[in-house]
Ligand binder design. Structure first.
Ligand code: SAM
Length: 231
């Protein structure tokens, strides 16, 4: 499904979110400025799609890091998404590497990364606990996990408006522009099935993460979940 929608993925992302997706990824990157300021930081964009979070992290890196030896990688299992990610970074000075991999079985050694961040990708894993355990494995001690996901907005009026948009308008526009109706009806369905923030906090703690917290952005349309890998 993700491979099929890759050609129009960025266009639809920006169109359907009114470019809020760009702001959300930038905000996530700036939230981890302390890690991105380390000259030797190792950072993974998990379920990177066409690489927009990796690019936001790279831009934040050049803003913060004194040295450019930082290691920034993206991983995704949909090859056409990675082709686009590589096209977007080719010819730029950003040093990014994109790897074809399943989030549930990553080709990285234990304790490889100081930051694993994922935007709108984690929700799609078939087993959240297995995914969290795998992310815990590849994080170095003290490393941070950031999961950015859609959620149900706060406030009855806004929630109802959002539901109408998310369940009616978005699938219709997505179907016409992408030509793949199923992918854009899957989106609201998968968000409805996703654990609410307090449930994900509990699961992250059970899977070995410390300092687990979440914050709601843009009236609760998205939630940033954070945790760290304790010793
Ligand atoms: C909605 S897109 C998000 C892409 C990107 N992170 C962004 O911010 O636009 C979800 C991505 O997760 C990837 N994905 C889903 N399950 C995965 C898995 N088990 N392993 C690797 N990638 C996965 C899909 O291929 C897709 O590119």
């Amino acid at each position: 499904m993700f491979s099929r929608i890759a050609p129009r993925y960025d266009l639809l992302n920006h169109l359907l979110s009114l470019r809020f997706d760009v702001i959300w990824r930038k905000r996530l990157a700036h939230r981890f400025a302390d890690i991105l300021a380390r000259p030797d930081a190792r950072v993974l964009d998990l379920c990177c799609g066409t690489g927009d979070l990796a690019l936001a992290l790279a831009d934040a890196t050049t803003a913060y890091a004194a040295s450019k030896s930082i290691c920034l990688m993206g991983a995704d299992f949909a090859h056409p998404m990675l082709v686009r990610a590589r096209e977007k970074t080719a010819g730029t000075c950003r040093r990014l590497e994109f790897v074809e991999a399943d989030a549930l079985s990553l080709p990285f050694a234990d304790a490889t990364f100081d930051l694993v961040a994922t935007a709108f990708g984690f929700r799609n894993l078939v087993n959240y606990a297995a995914g969290l355990r795998e992310l815990r494995r590849v994080l170095a001690v003290g490393g941070a996990l950031a999961i950015l996901e859609f959620a149900e907005p706060r406030g009855a009026l806004f929630r109802n408006l959002f539901r109408f948009y998310f369940h009616r308008v978005l699938p219709a526009v997505g179907a016409v522009v992408s030509g793949h109706a199923q992918a854009y009806s899957y989106l609201p369905e998968s968000v409805a099935r996703f654990p609410i923030p307090s449930e994900l906090v509990e699961l992250m703690e059970r899977c070995g993460f410390g300092d687990v917290a979440f914050e709601s952005w843009t009236s609760g349309i998205v939630t940033l979940h954070t945790g760290c890998a304790p010793p």
